[in-house]
Design a protein around this ligand. Structure first.
Ligand code: PHE
Length: 348
């Protein structure tokens, strides 16, 4: 052997080692190729063995060729091993992959109940007219619910309101308020003039549930008290409210009526929002829909609340919130509001 034979054999061996590594499919194939081209029975082992018998001048050349062969083989082996272990890791990750994605269920968002929406809208209409929102207790005493409102004991007008009494204190002294009118008394007892308040809230009556009546319902009360308040102010306020809330096409009408706490008293109706007066099922062919009661605060009520009827006057009104919602959204029967069926609730 001489130097050129030795380097040529090493070059050929390196070329086939590279081919073998390129086609190695597993880490075991790489190890086998490494053994075959760098091990005891390889070309490189033979050349190393033969170096002692070479011409001394050839030895450094062949020695250099041996080192280059070893480096090239080592780096080709390392490259192939890296490539194969990266691919292996990737396929293992793919196999072991756990899909932890959570299902795309957005939590449904709730919203205010239709009656609450109507309540807030009405509050807004009156707040825009300069009113404040007042509140009173749902469990009331006889004084605020009846007595101070000019319903003396045994007065036949008490029969207008089927009262639910609470078993507390003296009999028939504590009750579930039958209307929001007791807030009139509470407002006059505690506020300075001028008083302009609206009082929305829940009210109770011992009534059988039917299409339009429920033992639990909501009202909104209005009260204006100052020097020189007239019935014209009441009519104008209700007209302004009607067009604000129902639109310009709807008008208000007042018809004589009776309440113990107002004098004169009136029934407040609006032109039918569905047929505009022509007559339909909703307005029972009258062209008008009754919304509630109103009137000038009775002098006895002003006196009971500690005001002087010779000095001040006022008007009050009260209407049912469910009734407003039933009219505006065509909802019937009234029980639909309390069933809490989401298929109904989510429509508004
Ligand atoms: N409180 C009366 C009712 O519930 C309504 C009303 C309020 C009437 C204010 C006149 C003035 O029927």
């Amino acid at each position: 052997m001489n130097a050129s034979v030795a380097t040529e054999r090493l070059d050929r061996a390196l070329a086939s080692a590279r081919d073998a590594l390129a086609s190695a499919a597993t880490l075991a194939d790489v190890a086998a190729a490494e053994r075959e081209y760098g091990g005891k029975r390889s070309v490189v082992a033979e050349v190393r063995e033969a170096i002692k018998g070479l011409d001394p001048a050839d030895r450094p050349v062949v020695g250099q060729a041996l080192r280059e062969f070893a480096d090239s083989l080592a780096s080709a082996v390392a490259d192939r091993r890296d490539a194969l272990s990266a691919a292996e890791a990737e396929s293992r990750y793919a196999l072991e992959r756990l899909d932890l994605t959570l299902g795309g269920h957005a939590r449904p968002r709730g919203h205010l109940h239709l009656v609450t929406q109507v309540q807030r809208e009405l509050e807004d209409v009156f707040v825009a007219l300069g009113y404040q929102v007042a509140e009173g207790p749902e469990v009331e005493d006889d004084w605020h619910n009846f007595e101070a409102l000019n319903f003396p004991p045994g007065h036949p007008a008490r029969a207008m309101q089927d009262t639910l009494y609470v078993d507390l204190g003296r009999p028939e002294q504590v009750l579930m308020r039958t209307h929001t009118s007791p807030v009139q008394i509470r407002s006059m007892e505690t506020r300075e003039l001028p008083i302009f308040v609206v009082a929305p809230g829940r009210t109770y009556r011992n009534e059988t549930l039917d299409a339009r009546h429920s033992p639990v319902f909501h009202q909104i009360e209005g009260l204006a008290v100052d020097r020189g308040i007239t019935f014209g102010d009441l009519a104008g306020t209700l007209e302004a409210f009607t067009s604000d809330y129902f639109g310009e096409a709807v008008t208000a009408r007042l018809l004589p009526s009776y309440f113990p706490f107002t004098e004169p008293s009136a029934e407040f109706a609006v032109s039918c929002v569905f047929c505009h007066g022509a007559g339909c099922r909703v307005c029972s062919n009258t062209g008008w829909i009754e919304l509630g009661g109103c009137g000038m605060v009775d002098p006895n009520v002003l006196t009971a609340a500690g005001l002087d009827p010779e000095e001040v006057s006022g008007f009050a009104f009260g209407f049912g919130l469910e009734r407003m919602a039933m009219i505006r959204y065509g909802v019937e029967p009234i029980k639909t509001f309390f069933d809490n069926d989401v298929r109904f609730l989510e429509q508004y």
